[in-house]
Design a protein around this ligand. Structure first.
Ligand code: GRF
Length: 200
C-alpha cells in the first residue's frame, strides 16, 4: 500500500476521483494527507468531509522554496510515498522535486508536449487542433515536462469553446488519473530514458 498525498488549489474533482478509486480498492494506496494552498478551495472541504487529514498551507507572499519546505516537511511527517498534483496551481521548486524524484504525478489537460501552461483547453481550441486530451506525467524540474505515464485523446468539435472542451477532457482526466496512479502504486512501470513502459 503506497501512502499518497494530494496537493490541490481548487475544485478538487480529480482528488474526488482518486479518492473514490482508492476507497473502492482499485488503487493499492491510502490517502494520508491532502494539502491546499488556498483556504477556500472546495477540494479542501471535500477532503475534510471525507475524513482525511487536510491542511491549508498558505503560499501567498512566500518565496517559492519557503512554501515548498513547509509542504515537504508535512509530506515527510506523513511518510508519503507518492504525491499527486490535482489542480495544484503552483510550480514546484527544484528542491521539492528532488525530495520526491519520480514520485510526483501531475495531470495536465492537453496532449503534452502540446499546450503546456495555463488554459491548455483554450489554447487547443484557438490553435484549431482537431484532437486534444489529457496527460498524466511524472513531475521533473521543468513545467509540464516529465516522463509521460498515460494519455487520453478526445476530439475537438467545430463548435467547441474552451469550456466545452474542458468538460469533455475532464471526464477522461478522472479515469486517466486513476489508472496512472494504479500503474505507479502497483509498480507496473519501468523507465528507459524518458520512456515509461509496462514491466515485462
Ligand atoms: C484539471 O483540468 C487538471 O488537468 C488541471 O487543473 C484542473 C483541476 O481540476 N491541472 P480539479 O480541481 O481536479 O477539478
Amino acid at each position: 500500500m503506497k501512502r499518497v498525498a494530494i496537493l490541490l488549489s481548487g475544485r478538487g474533482s480529480n482528488f474526488l476521483a482518486l479518492s473514490d478509486a482508492i476507497e473502492a480498492g482499485v488503487v493499492p494506496a491510502e490517502i494520508v494527507l491532502v494539502v491546499s494552498n488556498k483556504a477556500e478551495a472546495p477540494g479542501l472541504q471535500h477532503a475534510r468531509d471525507r475524513g482525511y487529514k487536510a491542511l491549508f498551507i498558505p503560499s501567498k507572499g512566500k518565496e517559492r522554496e519557503v512554501f515548498d519546505r513547509e509542504v515537504v516537511t508535512e509530506l515527510k511527517k506523513a511518510r508519503v510515498d507518492v504525491v499527486c498534483l490535482a489542480g495544484f496551481m503552483r510550480l514546484l521548486s527544484s528542491y521539492f522535486v528532488r525530495e520526491f524524484p519520480m514520485r510526483i504525478l501531475n495531470i495536465h489537460p492537453s496532449l503534452l508536449p502540446a499546450f503546456p501552461g495555463l488554459d491548455a483547453q483554450g489554447q487547443a481550441v484557438a490553435w484549431g487542433a482537431k484532437f486534444s486530451g489529457c496527460t498524466v506525467h511524472f513531475v521533473d524540474e521543468e513545467l509540464d515536462h516529465g516522463p509521460i505515464i498515460l494519455q487520453q485523446v478526445v476530439p475537438v468539435l467545430d463548435d467547441d469553446d474552451g469550456e466545452a472542451l474542458s468538460h469533455r477532457i475532464l471526464k477522461e482526466e478522472h479515469k486517466a488519473y486513476v489508472e496512472a496512479l494504479r500503474l505507479v502504486c502497483a509498480d507496473e512501470l519501468q523507465l528507459e530514458g524518458r520512456r515509461l513502459r509496462r514491466r515485462s
